[in-house]
Structure formats: structure tokens, C-alpha cells
Design a binder for this molecule. Structure first.
Ligand code: ADP
Length: 547
């Protein structure tokens, strides 16, 4: 017997309709590439998204056609999120930090029909336009006054002119909630990038889940600053979740340095922000140097890479900001786990609370997870056994766009299909998952595994260490041994011996790195994570003193 409830499809357009009706006057503030601060509201943004939908219609964009973006976090990008998906097309956010050839390759693989870009990315567009035959129009996200004049781009259009030429009258169509709404390619550190294709249904379910109190906990009293880019897995779903709950949005545009972020946080009374640890490193360094405080920010969500306990401590103890550790990936829309302490942790010692908060957290409802050994057998949830982390759920990929890479799922003994994350993890009895490492980053020393994350975290707790990366280097006896690569904090002169001494008593003796190499900078990838394969390449011939 079927239930007698209305079969209303879960569509992205319903979020912006709701936002307009129920909190239409709430502000969306953006730092623009033009340099100024722009203010709009959900009501105005909804009207402009409808104009955009009409413009897309006029340009021949049909159901499921792909419309690409190369853009910072800002209101125009958000209009594209709603205008494109709302009309049934697919908004394909491209990471502008990828090499130009890869961007061109992605637009062709995705069969992008139009490409919208912020002026910052004009040089990329000029470099790739000739290699992108599927793209029929290039839209500069600016007004007529700022349009590039001498650009060698065929069919260059002006965003504001397109909108101005259209009416606000547009009815969002109703269609199957399983249709694609957005897409995002993985960063392709190995092989070609693969496209994750999100549906309206998966996006809405993910939005409900991330907004919950023990997840990202968003509400109408919040002013959210997503530093995490809208080209990186839909900015962790924030442009959707904020619209659902009526939170103010503050978009940083291209200015992601500590000084600009701090100024925006203070000026716009931001209550919560979200981003990868490297961004917070810049912000915290700026605040320390200038003896600054936060007056309104209460929480920050840290994910994309492990939140170092030293950073957690700084946020909480020095600035009174709760740091919330989250884990996810492109293939998971992206949120999988969030670390919220339970009442039983309240009475624990501060050190114990810190230990829990440093974990990647518990699965949000909708995501099922488990860890398995090399033979695919389930491992216990005891916080000790570690194995490959598998996930399943309605916002986890079932395959990649165009079947790239074959079937990514594995089937367990019960016949359930799981997505292997490529991460190695433990899960404790309370369900808190902790990433040991990416399987390709773990250091295999004489049959024992060393977590590069653990080794980096110890280095980061040394006051003179700004950044650290631990990689495995070939060793004649142990196969691999850890090499610690360190960037010193400005004005410090810490030595190899001092750093190695810092490990004593903090990790098992055999896990202490064999050597320390000092560098000026660690190579960073397009999503703000350390490029360890580049480092492994760089230090391939490094001779360890123990070798
Ligand atoms: P890529 O980094 O390849 O672009 P994603 O952004 O999807 O792809 O990254 C997902 C990966 O990032 C995860 O599989 C995991 O290895 C790592 N990651 C994400 N969040 C965390 C976290 N909180 N702690 C440790 N690793 C994390």
C-alpha cells in the first residue's frame, strides 16, 4: 500500500522560491572582482535568476544541457546555481586553478554549451577558447562598462546585458527530481579528472542533512562566509543550505588572504565560516601578527584536509571559536561526517575533548559507512582497527559522467553496493571516524603503517613550524621511511634536531621521521591541499641518513 502523501519533486528551484517568500529581505553580500562590495537579497537574487533562466532559454539551453562556470564565490555565481539548475540544465563548476589544458579537456568531456567566467579568468578563457568547440558562447560575468575590449574570444557576451534584456517573469518548471542539477570534476591528481553528477534529489537531501544542528548547524541568525569555493563541490552545499534556512551569505570573491577575510568577517558580522586548513593558516597568522580578535564569529567548519589539533586549539582557546571538523569528498556532494561532541564528552578533560574534536566525526544521517580489510571483510568499530573506508547513500556517486573509470562501486557479502573512498580510517565505538591517511599517502615502513597526518600534526604543534608534509622515501631495509618537509614560520630558525626532539614521547619511536627537509613552500593543489605526489617526485632521490 502506498502512502497518501503528495509526490512533490525535490528541486533546487524550490530552495530559492522558499528563500524569496520566507526571508526575501535577507542579505547576500559579495566582494566583487571589480573591487567593490555588492549587496543584494534573496528576493532580488531570485528575480535575477529568473531573468537568467529566460536568457538561457533565448540562447537555446535545453534540459540537461551543461553550462560551465569559472568563477569566485559571489552573487552572480549563485544566480547561475539557481538559474541554470532551476530551468533543468546542469551547472558545471570548473576549478580555475587547474592547468588550462585540463580546463579545456573538462569542458569538452562535459560537452559544455556555454561558459560563464569572472574577469579574473579572462586569460584562461583566451588561452582555451580555440580548443573548446562545444562552447557556443563565453559570458563575462560583468557589466558593459567592465567588458574586455580587445579580447580574442569568439561570441563573447556580457552577463548584465543578457539579464537586462530579459523579463523577470519565469515559472520554474517541474520535472523528475532525479535529473542532474550540477556537476563537478575531481581534481584528477591521478589520470584524467572524473565528473560527479549531482541530481536535484541528491542536492536537496544533502541540504537538509548539512543544515542540521550536529552537522553544519545553519539557521536564520547566521551570517555564513564560505571560503570554500563554489567551484569546489558546491562550496560544501552552503549556497543551498543558506537559502533553505534564511542565513545571510557573505561571499569573499577573489580576496582569500588573511587580511581581507578578517576585515570582511568583522564588517559583515559573520557568525560562521567554512574552508580548508590552509586558508585558516593564513587568517590565523594575520590575526596573530596584528593582535586581532573576532567579535561575532562563533564557529568555523574545517574540512577538505585534516584539521591539525594545534589549529583546533588556537581557534578554541585563543579566539573562542568552535572549530568543527568535517570530512567529505567530491563523490559525496561532499559531506560525509561532521564532528559534534556528545553530552558524554562534556565532563571529559580538555585534552580528551580535543582528541574527540580532532576526529573527522560521525556520519550525518543519510551516509552509511564502514571500514574493511584488504579482503573486504568488515573491521570492528573500536577506534584501533584501521582499513579502507567505504560509504553509501543517496548523495554518494553511483558512477562517473560518461562511465569514466568504469564502475567505481564494490558489492559486499550482503549484496549492498559501496563507494570506496580511497581513505584509510578508524571508527570508534561511538561512531566517530578518524582518517588515518589517504591510502596513497600512508607510509609503509617494514610492514607497519605510519599515518602521514599524525606526523604532520606533531610538527605543526611546534611553535616554529608554519607548514609540514610527511612523505615516504625509499629505504633499503624498511621499504619506506618518513621524511618530514617543513616550512619554518617567518623569523624563526628551528633546526632539524630540534624538530626531531619534539617527536620524543609524542609518537612511537619507530614513527619518528628519519629526516627533516626545510623548504620555502610546499606545492599546493587546485583545492588548497598539499600536492604530496609532487613532493614525492621532488624528494625521490633524497638519501635518508638511516639508509
Ligand atoms: P581532491 O582533493 O582530490 O580534489 P576532494 O576534494 O573530493 O578531492 O577530496 C576528498 C579527499 O580529501 C578525501 O578523500 C580525503 O582524503 C581528504 N579529506 C577531506 N576532508 C578531510 C578531513 N577532514 N581530514 C582528512 N582528510 C580529508
Amino acid at each position: 500500500m502506498l502512502g497518501l502523501m503528495q509526490d512533490v519533486p525535490l528541486l533546487v528551484s524550490s530552495l530559492i522560491k522558499h528563500a524569496d517568500r520566507h526571508h526575501g529581505d535577507v542579505e547576500i553580500v559579495s566582494r566583487r572582482v571589480e573591487g567593490d562590495i555588492h549587496r543584494t537579497t534573496y528576493r532580488e537574487l531570485h528575480a535575477r535568476a529568473r531573468r537568467l533562466a529566460n536568457a538561457l532559454e533565448a540562447l537555446g539551453v535545453g534540459m540537461s544541457d551543461r553550462v560551465a562556470t569559472l568563477a569566485w564565490n559571489g552573487y552572480r555565481h549563485m544566480e547561475l546555481y539557481y538559474g541554470v539548475a532551476g530551468k533543468g540544465a546542469v551547472v558545471h563548476t570548473i576549478n580555475p586553478r587547474l592547468p588550462a589544458e585540463q580546463i579545456a579537456w573538462i569542458t569538452q568531456h562535459a560537452d559544455d554549451m556555454l561558459l560563464f567566467f569572472d574577469l579574473t579568468f579572462l586569460p584562461i578563457v583566451e588561452a582555451i577558447a580555440a580548443q573548446c568547440p562545444t562552447v557556443k558562447g563565453w559570458v563575462a560575468m560583468t557589466d558593459a562598462a567592465h567588458m574586455p575590449t580587445a579580447a580574442a574570444i569568439p561570441n563573447l557576451l556580457c552577463y548584465e546585458d543578457l539579464l537586462a534584456a530579459q523579463s523577470e517573469r519565469y515559472e520554474w518548471p517541474t520535472f523528475d527530481e532525479r535529473l542532474a542539477s550540477s556537476m563537478c570534476y575531481t581534481s584528477g591528481t591521478t589520470g584524467n579528472p572524473k565528473g560527479a553528477l549531482y541530481s536535484h534529489r541528491s542536492t536537496l537531501l544533502h541540504t537538509f542533512a548539512v543544515a542540521l544542528p550536529d552537522a553544519l548547524s545553519f539557521g536564520a541568525r547566521d551570517a555564513i562566509l564560505p571560503v570554500v569555493p563554489m567551484f569546489h563541490v558546491n562550496a560544501w552545499g552552503i549556497p543551498y543550505a543558506a537559502a533553505m534556512v534564511g542565513a545571510k551569505l557573505v561571499f569573499p570573491g577573489p580576496a582569500l588572504d588573511g587580511k581581507s577575510l578578517h576585515a570582511l568577517i568583522e564588517q559583515e558580522k559573520v557568525t560562521v565560516s567554512a574552508g580548508v586548513p590552509t586558508v585558516w593558516q593564513g587568517l590565523l597568522a594575520h590575526m596573530e601578527q596584528n593582535a586581532l580578535r573576532f567579535s561575532t564569529m562563533r564557529r568555523t567548519i574545517v574540512g577538505g584536509a585534516a584539521l591539525p589539533p594545534a589549529m583546533l586549539r588556537t581557534f578554541e582557546e585563543k579566539y573562542g571559536v568552535t572549530a568543527i571538523h568535517a570530512w567529505g569528498m567530491t563523490e559525496l556532494s561532499p559531506v560525509g561526517t561532521v564532528c559534534a561532541p556528545r553530552p558524554k564528552h562534556d565532563d571529559g578533560a580538555a585534552e580528551e575533548q580535543l582528541r574527540v574534536k580532532a576526529k573527522q566525526g560521525r556520519a550525518v544521517f543519510g551516509v552509511d559507512m564502514k571500514i574493511v580489510d584488504a579482503a573486504g571483510k568488515d573491521l570492528p568499530w573500536d577506534g584501533v582497527a584501521f582499513g579502507d573506508l567505504l560509504v553509501r547513500g543517496p548523495w554518494v556517486v553511483s558512477g562517473y559522467f560518461r562511465g569514466e573509470g568504469g564502475d567505481p562501486l564494490v558489492t559486499d557479502a550482503a549484496g549492498l553496493a559501496w563507494f570506496p573512498t580511497g581513505d584509510v580510517a578508524t571508527i570508534d565505538a561511538d561512531g566517530y571516524m578518524q582518517i588515518t591517511d589517504r591510502s596513497k599517502d600512508v607510509i609503509k615502513s617494514g610492514g607497519e603503517w605510519i599515518s602521514s597526518i599524525d606526523i604532520e600534526n606533531v610538527a605543526l604543534s611546534h611553535p616554529a613550524v608554519a607548514m609540514s608534509a610527511c612523505i615516504g622515501v625509499a629505504h633499503p631495509k624498511w621499504d619506506e621511511r618518513p621524511l618530514l618537509v617543513v616550512v619554518r614560520k617567518a623569523g624563526t630558525s628551528v633546526t632539524r634536531e630540534e624538530i626531531l626532539r619534539h617527536y620524543e614521547g609524542r609518537v612511537a619511536k619507530w614513527q619518528i621521521p628519519d629526516d627533516v627537509a626545510f623548504v620555502d613552500a610546499i606545492p599546493m593543489g587546485a583545492t588548497g591541499k598539499m600536492l604530496k605526489n609532487r613532493l614525492r617526485e621532488q624528494f625521490r632521490d633524497h638519501r635518508l641518513p638511516t639508509a
